[in-house]
Design a protein around this ligand. Sequence first.
Ligand code: HEM
Length: 332
Amino acid sequence: MVISLTNSITSRSAFGNAPKQSANFFPVVESMVSSGGGFRVSDLFPSIGLIPVISGHRSNLVALHRAADSMLDEVINQHMENRARRRRRLQTSTEDLVDILLNFQENADHLDLPLTMDSMKAVLLNVFIGGADTTPGTIEWAMSEIMRNPEVMQRVQKEVRSVFRDEVDEEGLHKLEYLNAVIKETFRLHPAGPILPRESRESMEINGFHVPQKSRIMINMWAIGRDPAYWGEAEKFNPERFLDSAIDYKGTHFTFLPFGGGRRMCPAIQFAMPIVELTLANLLFHFDWKLPCDMRPEDLDMTEHFDTAIRRKEKLCLIPTTTTSARPSRLG
Ligand code: HEM
């Protein structure tokens, strides 16, 4: 459910109302994400360029890339035809990301670097790949942790239900301090980007280790997030640690980089955070939640599976019930 929600938000923002094209595109993106993610032997021996060739990994990626490329060609061509038709009829319409990129391309004569078709396709593909596992994964982990910690459920649900009256809306999101702390704590224990890859531009010494130029460096944010040297009771899900704390996810607190940091940091924070917040706020506002088969909270399986992001190994199955008695402020 969460994956189809976030997929639908991404495809509407990028492609507009093109359900058929989106439906064909998502399986290709999914395969690209699972082929590109995780660790492989070639990551351990990056200098041996033959490993990805022999393993068939490279040819698989090339085939997927070709499939995505031709689908994106079709989407862009379709948008160009629709735009031409609308202009002939002097019609206007809501713009999606493809329209915005085409506008930019049309008006970019004065730029040193024109927006080529290939760059446009790369941007679109990045949007789909970037959002594929990260946003739904974060929502799923947050719900899992909330279910495992009934006192957190009680507090966060009370907050959401006292801030909103009939519907959850974007304006009220900034009032949800505790929900925000819950999301940060989820990022700490379950970072969607557990490994931040970098390459050293020059050789250097760090803590007595020599790092040659052009070394591949993997920053393990998952381990840093659980390191007792930086976090008290590191394994405990404790959103309270982020209340009245200056730690945010803008990339300046090096023990907490859920969106990365520096020039390669996630460009989609402003897009992703409202999706995470609105989805969780809606789930908590409208429903009460139970674990299936009278399972106890502490028995909920939290086993992880590492692909590009760390997702739950088993799907999260919860039972929603609607209740009016849980929202006295709206009845009174
Ligand atoms: C909760 C949701 C998300 C989280 C936690 C997240 C996290 C990250 C992280 C950790 C990185 C690597 C940053 C680095 O290396 O410093 C990244 C990169 C990126 N993300 Fe996100 N992301 C999220 C949602 C999204 C969404 C929805 C999109 C697209 C609409 C997106 C697009 C990208 C792109 C394009 C990059 C590559 C940036 C580059 O290499 O220059 N992300 N994200």
